[in-house]
Design a protein around this ligand. Sequence first.
Ligand SMILES: Cc1cc2nc3c(=O)[nH]c(=O)nc-3n(C[C@H](O)[C@H](O)[C@H](O)COP(=O)(O)OP(=O)(O)OC[C@H]3O[C@@H](n4cnc5c(N)ncnc54)[C@H](O)[C@@H]3O)c2cc1C
Length: 491
Amino acid sequence: MKVIVIGSGFGGLSAAALLAQKGVDVKVFEKNESPGGRASVHTDKGYTFDMGPSWYLMPDIFERFFSRFGKTTEDFFELKRLDPSYRMYFGADRSVDIHSDIEENYRLFDSFEDDGAEKLKRYLESAKEKYELAVNELLYHDYEKLGDMFNRRLMKEGRKLNVFQNLDKFVSKHFESKEAKRVVEYSIGFLGGAPNNTPSFYHMMSHIDITMGVFYPEGGMRKVADSIYRLSEELGVEYCFNEPVEEIMFEGDKAVGVRTSQGTYEADIVIVNADYAHSEMDLVPDNLRTYSEKYWKKRVLAPSALVAYVGVNKKFDAFDHHTLFLDDDWEEGFDQLFNPKKAAWPDKPSYYVNVPSRTDTTAAPEGCDTLFILVPLAPGIEDTEARRDAFLEKILDDIAVKIGEDIRPYIETKRIFALEDFKDRYNALRGTSLGLAHTLLQTAIWRPAHRSKKSPNLYYTGGYTHPGIGVPMVLIASTIVADRISDELGL
Ligand SMILES: Cc1cc2nc3c(=O)[nH]c(=O)nc-3n(C[C@H](O)[C@H](O)[C@H](O)COP(=O)(O)OP(=O)(O)OC[C@H]3O[C@@H](n4cnc5c(N)ncnc54)[C@H](O)[C@@H]3O)c2cc1C
């Protein structure tokens, strides 16, 4: 049994490992030079940057993945729970830390508004309940037809999910102060959405970041990708880097292999981890596509981003490991991000700075900081060098106001990665950094299918599919796909 996997992001790596463990002969073709996909690495002058994911959340999902191989994360990397979990700036005047000690967070919420601690307690209880329901009943299930959504427990519990209410409305019922609302709403950005276009059951994100906590894998997120890569190689997976797939070959409706930049290869099953839209539009013939061009045009895409990888020969303590700078008019920016008619470079950007060197001495030379500055942008907007340079200057001006110091004189290395790079490096639809937003109509059965509806042996994994965006979600997507293939083949 030969399986070809297209792409070596977390989706490709994990699907390959899971199937190799079942004795399947797996070959992975990756267009770029290294494994990890969005979790690529950039190094310069002694600074090391994780180019994509930086928040290690949902440690239970990682453990569950490695346990499939009789391993734990400790066999591969050390995990440190961060404290503070993150720092949040509200406008220019005020910043707060969210801590790993929940009591400190209750006190903080009491400082935000009357009964803040009690309100946070109630909110987190509800978030925990939804998280447990999601992990036990929703996330690991495949959805091909509506009936799959209606198992008994889900029917019973599903009413509690309030599927038609958006997060913004839900949060407003719990909290009054701007500060409290922001702390519980910002994390929806991990799902590539905004509080007003994301269903309220995703308030489980607050259980994830506030209660379960924020972790750092020693050596960075690249260490996690590298661990799955090494694990899969030990299980016999073969990798071909710098070898993009140019066509999926079919006989009738059956996928029989791939044509790459260097040759043709036969397969019994093809699994696509590369961006779903690119694969369907560019690698599959018209008559075998599950989704039309119109379908992709109508999807609500998660934002793209401008990411600046900046090494500075000074330590800036105003930045914690994770620091969020939310503009005073945070909510006003959502239109420019999500409404294609109003899409534009943001007038009042909110942004995020990750400083792994705060925790990890190997990330930067001694006495220096590795800064990863991420500003969400609307997908599809014009991205030129002049635009990005000017925009980064604007962000650096803003940082200077907020932390009271200009970082520019200390910059030793700087690289900007934005829409055009997401398209070039990852074949990302309109330069989206994350894929499809988690709107209600892009959740569960309404996300693109794990198995092609036109070809019986063509599968898809990765962030475009259920359960969605983020490294833990992608590990779950591959678990669903690998289990399904194993079941069908009786492995
Ligand atoms: C800037 C940024 C920050 C993020 N932050 C976080 C975070 O903090 N925490 C978190 O959990 N998640 C985060 N995410 C999301 C997370 O990184 C993604 O959801 C996840 O890594 C996606 O994995 P994937 O396997 O679906 O896709 P990818 O990682 O994109 O993998 C797809 C692979 O397919 C390859 N490919 C494309 N076309 C072809 C082709 N024709 N032939 C061969 N190969 C091809 C690509 O090169 C790529 O390697 C972030 C993402 C970005 C971009």
